[in-house]
Design a protein around this ligand. Structure first.
Ligand SMILES: [Ca+2]
Ligand SMILES: [Ca+2]
Length: 511
């Protein structure tokens, strides 16, 4: 009873201590369709040589033409792990009942070169997995898959299909299958396994082909592929070559890795922020006068002082003016377009009877040049001139009002103060009675001012009517672009003067 319990506990412990296998896709050793190759026919991290051609869909190691050979070799060594898994998708297709020569997958100490062994060099060091199409030794056992491990001293024997040299193999017809053949090569803890799906069904069903123990492969080897044709020829295409590193030293399951890393980075960031804050505090303590400036809380105060706010307000108001001007321009354009249409219609009516033909030939295209004639332009210019002179008149009237008001003030003051000589008896009684007729005088002046204002209004009305007749601005506010620019200019000049004045004041404070 006790023994059984102890055994069970030991079993549980040993199971718990078994390291989990971490399988990771290694893109620097892999390629797969679609987008197998780049536009220039290269495969990233791979060299392609001989008659091999890489396209988006496949790597054609050797085409179905006589005596061709091509190789493709990984430029990077497999340093990610000693154990690995390779998943391949292969198509070998040809017109004949028999094909040749075949293709090979390599894992070697050095990169391969073009040569006699299925397109690659002889005397290699490492693994060669041959897919031999042609039956050289007449054993009626081809196509055949064979595994040969070489230490760089042996030459491959084609006459026997390598049957005396191979470690293991299996007979497998891989030519002209409806679906790509799938091959899975696993090298884990010096055990090499080759599983093959023959491509007869779409669903992958692997069958064991090779399993060999105590296989020693070179560390940091290169993956390679090659194929060759002879008197007979097949297309030898690789659709996928995916390499996965197999590591047992990764305790964490792959799903939690990114989150763990994220937490690590977050912690690091937090730590650095704290360090920075500490440094800042220390600096502030050491240099209280300098540190004051970079105080974040006070920054806003420095940011918008009175001058800045003023500038911002000016900027905003100028933006508003700009917007209004843009709107005016749009409206003017719309008016011009309308006028064009009207002119066109009038012309059409004048030409007589051509109204029905117009839409067919002219369509809706506006008469750009002729629509706004010289006469209209002159009229518009005239209206503008009138408006300008009207504004000038208005200014004169305003000045006049100002002058009169000023004079009136002066006279009132005089009336209230010392007695003028020319004022006569009436003025004298004003003083005596205590300002009874003073109101009458003010009334007179007010009436004269009222009359002036009425006069100005009448003038304005006349001007308004004149403009309306001119048709310069029927719907929009009667304000020309020129006048607007003058306003903006005057405003800008004022700002500049104000700023200069302020700057002068500030300088005065320092010097
Ligand atoms: Ca052969
Ligand atoms: Ca054979």
């Amino acid at each position: 009873m006790h023994v059984a319990l102890v055994l069970a506990m030991m079993a549980t412990l040993s199971w718990a201590q078994t390291p989990q296998l971490h399988r990771k896709f290694e893109y620097k050793h892999s390629f797969r369709a679609p987008n197998l190759a780049q536009r220039d026919g290269t495969i990233p991290f791979w060299m392609v040589s001989g008659d091999a051609i890489a396209s988006m869909e496949q790597l054609r190691l050797a085409p179905s033409m006589r005596s061709r050979r091509g190789i493709a070799w990984n430029k990077r060594v497999m340093s990610e792990s000693e154990s690995f898994e390779v998943e391949m998708s292969i198509k070998v297709t040809g017109q004949g009942r028999i094909g040749a020569d075949g293709l090979a997958v390599w894992y070697t100490a050095q990169q391969g070169t073009l040569g006699p062994v299925f397109g690659s060099n002889d005397y290699w060091t490492g693994l060669g997995l041959m897919f031999d199409s042609f039956d050289n030794d007449g054993q009626k056992n081809n196509p055949f898959v064979s595994l040969m491990i070489n230490d760089g001293t042996r030459s491959y024997d084609h006459h026997t299909d390598g049957s005396q040299q191979m470690l293991s193999g299996c007979q497998k017809d891989f030519r002209n299958k409806p679906f790509p053949m799938k091959v899975k090569i696993e090298y884990l803890k010096n055990v090499l396994t080759v599983l093959i799906h023959d491509g007869m069904t779409q669903n992958t069903r692997y069958e064991m082909c090779i399993r060999v123990e105590n296989v020693i492969l070179p560390k940091n080897g290169y993956f390679g592929l090659s194929a060759a044709t002879g008197g007979l020829a097949d297309d030898h295409d690789i659709l996928e070559f995916s390499v996965y590193s197999l590591n047992t030293e990764m305790p964490k399951p792959p799903g939690t890795m990114p989150q763990a890393e994220q937490q690590k980075y977050d912690a690091e960031f937090e730590k650095q922020m704290q360090d920075y804050e500490k440094e800042r505090q220390r600096f502030k303590e050491q240099h209280p006068d300098k540190a004051k400036d970079d105080d974040v809380d006070d920054f806003a105060k420095y940011f918008e002082d009175a001058t800045a706010r003023e500038l911002r307000l000016i900027y905003e108001s100028q933006n508003a003016i700009h917007l209004v001007m843009q709107q005016m321009e749009q409206k003017l354009q719309a008016i011009v377009q309308q006028q064009n249409q009207h002119t066109q219609m009038i012309n059409t009516v004048r030409s007589g009877g051509a109204v029905q033909q117009q839409p067919a030939t002219g369509g809706g295209a506006p008469v750009a040049g002729g629509g706004f004639g010289q006469e209209e332009k002159n009229e518009a210019l005239q209206a503008l001139r009138e408006l300008t002179s009207g504004l000038r008149d208005m200014r004169t009237y305003v000045n006049e009002i100002y002058t009169r008001t000023f004079n009136m003030e002066q006279k009132i003051n005089q009336g209230a103060g010392a007695q003028p000589q020319a004022a006569g008896q009436g003025q004298g009684t004003v003083q005596q009675v205590g300002g009874a007729t003073d109101f009458a005088t003010i009334k007179n002046y007010l009436e004269s001012v009222q009359a002036d204002v009425r006069h100005i209004r009448a003038n304005q009305n006349n001007m308004g009517q004149g403009n309306a007749q001119g048709g310069a601005c029927p719907d929009v506010a009667c304000l020309t672009s020129t006048f607007f620019l003058i306003i903006v200019g005057a405003q800008s000049a004022l700002i500049v003067v104000l700023l200069m004045f302020r700057r002068g004041q500030e300088k005065a404070k320092f010097y």
